[in-house]
Design a protein around this ligand. Structure first.
Ligand code: IMP
Ligand code: MG
Length: 182
């Protein structure tokens, strides 16, 4: 038992399942960019755990950078506005950029980020997301690498939070509704 177990309704992907999926994605990325250099841009803070594992399964020269964006939230619902809290530290002009995100939900964060990076004239821009909730999409966005497609549940763990907690839960689980609904 761990501290968080009583708040989790169901584990949908265990630590072991995530590990093997992440290794497979890393292998695919290594093949797709063979002979190239890659700038991995992690979206803070949700992608930290995924990014840490993913980069170690990528067999290429990798430069790591991060951005912090926030969509304004009312509880578990994003309002649609995005703000830059921390910009990249390196130039991405003429670089292959791989955006690493925890989850593609409405698509608002990723659409905003793609536009922000396109302006800086990257050589290529691709997206790798651990989770994808296709049924929630309001803005169309091309996802190049997807860990798992999931149903419309609010999930936590492996980097994903609810009110900044659960990021250190090693599995991906559905949060019990009573944790966020009055
Ligand atoms: P989007 O801009 O609506 O696609 O929202 C993406 C962001 O919302 C993600 O980067 C997460 O931070 C957050 N988010 C969306 N769904 C979930 C969830 O089920 N659990 C935790 N965070 C989520
Ligand atoms: Mg996020």
């Amino acid at each position: 038992m761990t501290t968080y177990d009583s708040s989790i309704k169901e584990i949908i992907y265990s630590e072991e399942e995530i590990k093997s999926r992440v290794a497979a994605i890393g292998k695919q990325i290594s093949e797709d960019y063979k002979g190239e250099e890659l700038v991995v841009v992690g979206v803070l803070r949700g992608s930290i755990v995924f990014m840490a594992d993913l980069i170690r399964s990528i067999d290429l020269p990798v430069i790591l950078d991060t951005v912090a964006l926030s969509s304004y939230y009312n509880g578990t619902e994003s309002t649609g506005k995005v703000k830059i809290n921390k910009d990249l530290e390196s130039s991405i002009t003429d670089k292959n950029v791989l955006i690493v995100e925890d989850i593609a939900d409405r698509g608002i964060t990723l659409t905003f980020l793609i536009e922000m990076l396109q302006v800086r004239k990257a050589k290529s821009i691709k997206i790798c997301t651990l989770l994808n909730k296709p049924s929630r999409r309001t803005m169309e966005v091309k996802l190049d690498y997807i860990g798992f497609d999931i149903e419309d549940h609010f999930v936590v763990g492996y980097g994903l939070d609810f009110a900044q907690k659960y990021r250190n839960y090693p599995h991906i689980g559905i949060l019990k509704e009573e944790m966020y609904k009055e």
